[in-house]
Ligand binder design. Structure first.
Ligand code: KG4
Ligand code: ZN
Length: 338
């Protein structure tokens, strides 16, 4: 295996998932262990950074052992280490980065730092073996909403991004307003199936002059105002209708802009990445729009949409092949340009 397919041990710890994966040749996943802390943070209605860091520290070695044994390999088989260096919660990222540096130092094997969003996009290389740049990518996560033109494995241009909240953040905030738990995205996805998407005409915010930027803070306020005015009028709020109408308004904009970006840039492939790509209605709407325009649509299965280390291994592979090694001075960054 070694000569043909380089093996990376990849680590992801940017938010509330401690994940370690073994990935061969950038695309073949031997193991992908994800220890989620959702249950811990649920009680607080969101991720508490200090608690996330502490849990990463408690979990990381155990998750690594599990990933190695699941893959049926040992540290001796690993060729290099890949780790998320940002963006994310800096204390959480530091646990992954420090662990990867320790493994690299102890084994004398190289280290690669990976941009988290590059990782999300690269999840598509795992499930679509023939996928190669160039393509258009829609990145929709808890921290990012961007339309990215991917020119090569390590080269991309952001064509538009959110000017305020990320789309996943809007899902989570609206879920809180209508009394759902955390994380709100999957709960809204589920509840929306019981509601009418045209029940409440929430505003679609397209912004001016054909911009590919997004804005989601207005719709969050729109939902809050709607819920408050219904309560004040003594009417019971139909939360399923709110969930379905909110979701539809947000997704209408995302779908239209990403498909338009592919057409305007003569890209015949649209690749979707990030936690919100797990949304069942987004998947349906994108499929319909892409089929109509003759654009090939690629979305990873839900487990590879949300945070995981396999995607970091895929991105790390292409960075390593391009000679982009990191030193032991590799740091973690809360913010990182993309
Ligand atoms: O990519 P991700 O796991 O973490 C970040 O890098 O941010 O994305 C997490 C976000 C959360 O906001 C979560 O509510 C949202 O993805 N999400 C969803 C769904 N599954 C996860 N949003 C809508 N529908 C879903 N099915
Ligand atoms: Zn993510």
């Amino acid at each position: 295996m070694k000569d043909k397919e380089l093996l990376t041990l990849a680590i992801e710890s940017s938010c509330d998932e401690t994940s370690v994966a073994l990935v061969a040749g950038g695309r073949r996943v031997l193991s992908n262990i994800i220890a989620s802390q959702i249950d811990v943070h649920k009680a607080f209605g969101g991720v508490v950074p200090e608690i996330a860091s502490r849990h990463h520290l408690e979990n990381i070695n155990r998750v690594t052992d599990h990933a190695l044994s699941d893959a049926g390999v040992t540290m001796d088989d690993v060729d290099f280490f890949s780790v998320t260096m940002g963006p994310g919660l800096v204390g959480a990222l530091l646990i992954g980065v420090a662990t990867a540096k320790a493994y690299s130092l102890a084994t004398g094997k190289p280290l690669v730092g990976v941009h988290h969003i590059q990782g999300h996009i690269s999840a598509n290389y795992i499930e679509h073996p023939d996928l190669k740049p160039p393509f258009m990518a829609l990145v929709v996560s808890g921290g990012h909403t961007s339309i990215v033109r991917v020119d090569d494995y390590n080269s991309c241009v952001s064509l538009g991004q959110t000017r305020d909240d990320a789309v996943g953040e809007a899902f989570d905030k609206v879920a809180r307003v209508i009394g759902l738990g955390y994380p709100g995205g999957p709960l809204i996805d589920k509840l929306a199936k019981e509601g009418r998407p045209d029940a409440i005409p929430f505003k679609r915010v397209f912004l001016d002059d054909g911009s590919l930027d997004f804005s989601f803070s207005g719709i969050k306020t729109g939902v809050m105002n709607y819920v408050n005015s219904e309560k004040q009028a003594g009417r019971q709020v139909n939360t399923a209708d709110v969930a379905a109408s909110f979701q539809e308004a947000v997704l209408d904009v995302i779908v239209e802009k990403s498909v338009q970006a592919a057409i305007d840039n003569n890209e015949d492939k649209l690749v979707v990445a990030g936690g919100v790509a797990a949304n069942s209605r987004l998947r349906e709407k994108l499929k319909e729009a892409c089929d109509e325009k003759g654009i090939g649509l690629m979305i990873p299965s839900p487990i590879l949409c949300t945070d995981n280390a396999a995607m970091i291994g895929a991105a790390g592979y292409y960075k390593y092949m391009a000679g982009e090694e990191a030193g032991l001075d590799l740091d973690a960054y809360a913010q990182m340009a993309f």
